[in-house]
Design a protein around this ligand. Structure first.
Ligand code: NDP
Ligand code: GDR
Length: 318
């Protein structure tokens, strides 16, 4: 019999790739979408007829209860969040509500309406914050943003429901993962879009913030495979998902400009507006546990990631 999955955040970068992956595995896929003045289904346009969308919001318990009762999923992937770190200083209460408390609301809905469902929580390397690299599952959490703080709450809630109610709950502690479907305000997509605009003469400059920050950047499609694998294990557990390589923002910028034969120093302007009150300096994950237990390893290098993203921008302007 085919399995049923429910994805919150199906309209986001990861949700769209995960839905495609599960459909290819013959799952029946449900997605929770929030009400917006204009529906945002651009990332799932190609599969929208093959999934069932249920209206719901992570701030609204009753809508989550109804979604669980309707879908009766075998697997629940909680990917919905206010996911942009910079915004979390401007909207800290909303970020706590959606990204933190939203996890408990999802867990409560699972507990009451489909307690046997396996649950995946999209935890984040932002939880490590100021902890020295490399970070693995044993590293402490020292979050540096309201977003990171909210994710720590979601992480512990997930562990707590596993321990309190014997529910099958997993945290995927994912380091940054990118793609051409990345939201335009995140730095990688901002860079590749900006380079393409410069290349096509639509603008002359690219304004960025902290170029020295280092991130462990992988390809989103690879990371969705890890999410799926976590829920196929006999026992629930928490896993770091990362490439193990860390690169600075300036390295990403340099490579992206190189792809179109331009020198980044001629176009990039450092603009204090894009600095954060505090930043996470270096993230570099150690995913040995995921490799050993899940048999997961990333398939896309940093250089390939930049190329994939630049290629997609090229297509856009063709
Ligand atoms: P996106 O920002 O692309 O997607 C977020 C999704 O959450 C969207 O579908 C959005 O809907 C939905 N959403 C936001 N607020 C609500 C709400 N109140 N109720 C219901 N849905 C809501 O994120 P990603 O796909 O990049 O990330 C997926 C998850 O993984 C997030 O939880 C993120 O914090 C976490 N994460 C991401 C990493 C990354 O590098 N990408 C790394 C580590 C963790 P809408 O389309 O309407 O805006
Ligand atoms: P991050 O991603 O905060 O790591 O969170 P983002 O791409 O926003 O920033 C990465 C680093 O780049 C620096 N930076 C800039 N960032 C943005 N957005 N815009 C700029 O102009 C700019 N200039 C420099 C930032 O200061 C930062 O150091 C992402 C999100 O997907 C989270 O949801 C997820 O949990 C973490 O990754 C892991």
């Amino acid at each position: 019999m085919s399995k049923t999955a429910l994805i919150s955040g199906i309209t986001g970068q990861d949700g769209s790739y995960l839905a495609e992956l599960l459909l290819a595995k013959k799952y029946e896929v449900y997605g929770i979408v929030r009400r917006l003045s204009t529906p945002n289904v651009s990332r799932i346009e190609n599969i929208v007829d093959n999934v069932t969308l249920l209206e719901g919001d992570l701030t609204d318990q009753s809508s989550l209860n109804i979604a669980m009762r309707t879908a009766q999923p075998n697997e629940v992937y909680n990917l919905a969040a206010q996911s942009f770190v910079a915004t979390s200083w401007n909207q800290p209460v909303l970020t706590g509500d959606v990204t933190g408390l939203g996890v408990i609301r999802m867990l409560e809905a699972v507990r009451h309406f489909c307690p046997d469902a396996k649950f995946y929580q999209a935890s984040s390397s932002e939880m490590f914050g100021a902890v020295p690299a490399p970070q693995n599952e044993e590293a402490p959490f020292k979050p540096r943003s309201p977003y990171g703080v909210a994710k720590v709450y979601g992480y512990h809630s997930t562990v707590n429901y596993r321990e309190s109610y014997n529910m099958f709950c997993c945290n995927g502690i994912c380091f940054n993962h990118e793609s051409s479907r990345r939201g335009i305000e995140f730095v990688t997509r901002k860079i590749t879009d900006g380079v393409a605009r410069i290349y096509h003469g639509l603008t002359k400059e690219l304004r960025l913030g902290n170029l020295d920050a280092k991130r462990d950047w992988g390809f989103a499609k690879d990371y969705c495979i890890a999410m799926y694998l976590m829920l196929q294990q006999k026992e629930p557990d928490d896993y770091v998902i990362a490439t193990g390589q860390s690169h600075s923002v300036s390295e990403f910028v340099e490579l992206a400009f190189k792809e179109v034969g331009l020198n980044y120093e001629d176009y990039v302007i450092v603009d204090k507006r894009f600095y954060r009150p505090v930043d996470v300096n270096v993230l570099q994950g150690d995913a040995s546990k995921a490799k050993k237990v899940l048999g997961w390893s990333p398939k896309t290098s940093f250089e390939q990631l930049v190329q994939i993203m630049m290629k997609a921008e090229e297509m856009k302007y063709k």
